[in-house]
Design a protein around this ligand. Structure first.
Ligand code: GAL
Length: 697
């Protein structure tokens, strides 16, 4: 066992330091990255000050299993992050094994998208640059010197309740990373000065947050895997009759001649893809296609790609090595054709891993790839590099895209895949929104079937408040508001409550559409300054310890706080940080800095609160946001009785042309009314908004 000296420390960007220990591996997230850090934008963040942690307190030793990295920790700090953690929020005192696994059945650290990045309430973030299944021990163990402090405790009466026996706080003075295989590691330190800015800095270092096309933030519906093109057209006809605003339709495996593994080729269910897509577009819908990365032998590029694939098959398909340019190019060449047919994005499924399925789900950790990566490294990098490969195909065509992805990793912020999962626990799904924002990730709390109508409505009311508002009907032929029960839905039985449920579904989907300009602005801010559009409350209020445990409510943009309901909650407890808040729907004023209890919330209650002093640029409702070329009418909504401010971002909504960005600064006071200052040169015919009447609470 050898202790290794720090090789070097250097400041590599504003507020970002890099420490190198020993000899790091050649394949790590930073070393193989294809997105550049946003160095200028890093300079624009608040002054970071000195390096926020004491470098002398960091060290590693090389062991027979790899290396062990020690970083400083104090028991008074809250640690959050480690990627998409569905099972827990505050990580101080916990061990996290950061393994790529789509079935996190317990709070072990297993995740679709684990990331060796964490952020502290003390206002700094740390990225350990490894593509290994590292384990992080966050203040879990104290050294022997801690015994001295315990001597007094000997004389105390034993405490024997289960809570007393089993409750453990963080007791150690370090965060320890146990990293297999590596003989050294690079560590990146991100200064704040506060928690939110430390996350922003990490996101800008990753390449800045993604900006989806405007339509991407509307409502999505994934059609049943068995549907044909005429079924899908009938489905969207139904949306129009039911006055349900959807912007994107997704097709599941059945669009291909073979899946799983994939041929990426239209099946006979969709005999004329171009005219099908153009019909969808005419009615205002974009098309998204499901796929996974494993290539069927009859795929048009199977033979060509084989030499740049892993040595073994996964799900009987070839596994492209997305660290190899040639594999990416072959994939891109084929996808370019689909994009030119009008496909607006992809759902990149099953690029994670699983150990809890009855057959081998993915490639194995011991597999070898032409790039030199082994299967473990490939799992840690696969989601990111698969996304990058697909995204480049869009950007080369001058387009933005927005889609889904089942795995992600370090440096995720610029990527356009929103994470989702087959696991279906509603509270875990809400926790996914809260936690994904710590590590530059987006999460969709998608909706499938439901236990009952209340469950369905609560899930829909949640998804409309997440990064991608998604109904995933892949195994039900009728939309779930026609029948929530999966079996009955497949039998074509429409439920009696349909008439009462439909208006409530419409109301939730319309809420999404009203919020669209607010969301688009929050994403533009994500791209510009790295600030996550969806984030834990603690990120904005780290000083307020009551926010540390809030894993069922989150901030949206700068002014909104959402606390979605879960079916069966007859009493909902939530916490509003200090200051005055407004109930979004009723306009009632609420004093914060306290817990709030909602008793017997009605089925149409969506707990959503606005910070006092905000102007929200809300959209006036039309059927959907992409149907016509007419600009969306903005109704600036004031939440104040004295003065208020707000921001609205605008561009052409879809291209990569950075020169047509407009930032509207809205201000209002009781004395002088509304004032709008606009910065930027957008051409008149490219506008997506026009301003309508002001709305007061
Ligand atoms: C799952 C995915 C589902 C659906 C299904 C299709 O892996 O999570 O959303 O796409 O595959 O087979």
């Amino acid at each position: 066992m050898a202790t290794i000296e720090l090789e070097s420390t250097e400041q590599i960007a504003s507020g970002v330091w890099k420490m190198q220990f020993g000899t790091p591996e050649a394949i790590t997230p930073v070393k193989v990255r294809r997105s550049a850090p946003c160095l200028d934008a890093l300079e624009e963040l608040p002054s970071p000050g000195e390096c926020p942690i004491n470098i002398e307190d960091c060290g590693i030793r090389v062991t027979a299993r790899g290396c062990v990295l020690t970083l400083p920790f104090s028991q008074s700090e809250g640690i959050f992050g480690f990627g998409l953690q569905l099972k827990s929020h505050l990580q101080s005192g916990k061990k996290k094994h950061l393994r790529v696994n789509s079935d996190p059945v317990a709070d072990t650290g297993d995740s679709h998208a684990p990331v060796p990045f964490y952020v502290s309430t003390k206002g700094y973030g740390i990225l350990v640059d490894t593509a290994r299944y590292a384990s992080a021990y966050v203040g879990t163990h104290a050294g022997q010197e801690a015994l001295k402090a315990r001597v007094v405790a000997k004389s105390e009466e034993p405490k024997l309740s289960t809570t007393e026996l089993y409750t453990r706080q963080a007791i150690g003075k370090s965060v320890v990373f146990d990293i297999p295989a590596a003989q050294g590691v690079d560590v990146y330190i991100f200064a704040g000065p506060d928690m939110a800015n430390a996350v922003s800095r990490y996101n800008l270092f990753s390449g800045g947050g993604c900006l989806p096309p405007y339509w991407g933030l509307g409502n999505w519906y994934r059609a049943c895997a068995r549907h044909t093109s005429s079924d899908v057209l009938e489905l969207v006809d139904g949306f129009q009759k039911d006055k349900l605003p959807f912007s994107v339709v997704g097709l599941e495996p059945g669009w291909q001649t073979h899946a799983y593994p994939c041929t990426y080729t239209w099946s006979e269910r969709f005999p004329e893809p171009e005219s099908f897509i153009s019909e969808l577009n005419k009615s205002g819908y974009q098309l998204n296609l499901w796929e996974h990365a494993f290539v069927h032998p009859s795929a048009p590029f199977a033979e060509a790609i084989a030499p740049v694939c892993g040595e073994n098959l996964a799900m009987d398909g070839l596994v492209p090595d997305f660290l190899e340019t040639e594999a990416c190019e072959l994939f891109q060449k084929h996808h370019k054709k689909l994009i030119e047919q009008g496909v607006s994005g992809f759902k990149l499924d099953e690029c994670d891993n699983s150990d809890f399925i009855s057959f081998s789900w993915s490639f194995s950790e011991h597999d070898r790839f032409p790039s030199g990566a082994d299967g473990e490294q490939m799992h840690c990098l696969y989601g990111i590099h698969y996304q990058q490969t697909i995204e480049e195909t869009f950007t080369r065509n001058g387009l933005r895209s927005y889609g889904l992805v089942r795995s992600s990793g370090a440096l995720a912020a610029p990527h356009t895949g929103v994470l989702y999962s087959d696991l279906y626990d509603h509270r875990d799904f809400i926790r996914g929104v809260v936690n994904s924002g710590f590590s530059g990730m987006l999460w969709s709390s998608e909706v499938r079937h439901a236990k009952d109508t209340e469950d369905l409505l609560r899930r829909i009311q949640t998804t409309v408040l997440t990064a991608q508002s998604q109904i995933n009907g892949w195994y039900i032929p009728m939309p779930p508001w026609y029948q929530v029960d999966r079996k009955l839905n497949n039998e074509g039985v429409v439920m009696d409550e349909m008439d009462t449920v439909l208006p409530l579904v419409r109301e939730a989907l319309n809420l999404r559409m009203r919020l669209l300009p607010v969301l688009y602005t929050a994403f533009a801010e994500y791209a510009r300054s790295g600030r996550p559009p969806f984030r834990a409350v603690v990120m904005d209020y780290p000083e307020d310890k009551a926010t540390w445990s809030l894993d069922q409510q989150f901030m949206i943009g700068d002014h909104l706080l959402a606390a979605p309901l879960v079916a069966g909650e007859t009493t909902k407890e939530l916490y509003l940080p200090k200051g005055l808040w407004w109930d979004f729907k009723t306009g009632q004023q609420i004093e914060g800095g306290r817990r709030l209890t909602l008793e017997n919330p009605s089925l149409d209650t969506i707990p959503l609160y606005v910070k006092d002093g905000a102007i929200l640029p809300l959209a006036e409702i039309k059927r959907d946001n992409s149907e016509s070329h007419e600009p969306t009418v903005i109704r600036p909504h004031v939440f104040s009785s004295t003065e208020a401010q707000g921001i609205l971002y605008e561009d052409d909504g879809e291209s990569l042309n950075a020169s047509n960005q407009l930032w509207h600064e809205l201000s209002w006071s009781a004395n002088s009314g509304l004032n709008i200052q606009t910065e930027g040169p957008l051409m008149e015919n490219q506008r997506i908004y026009t301003f309508g009447e002001l709305k007061m609470p």
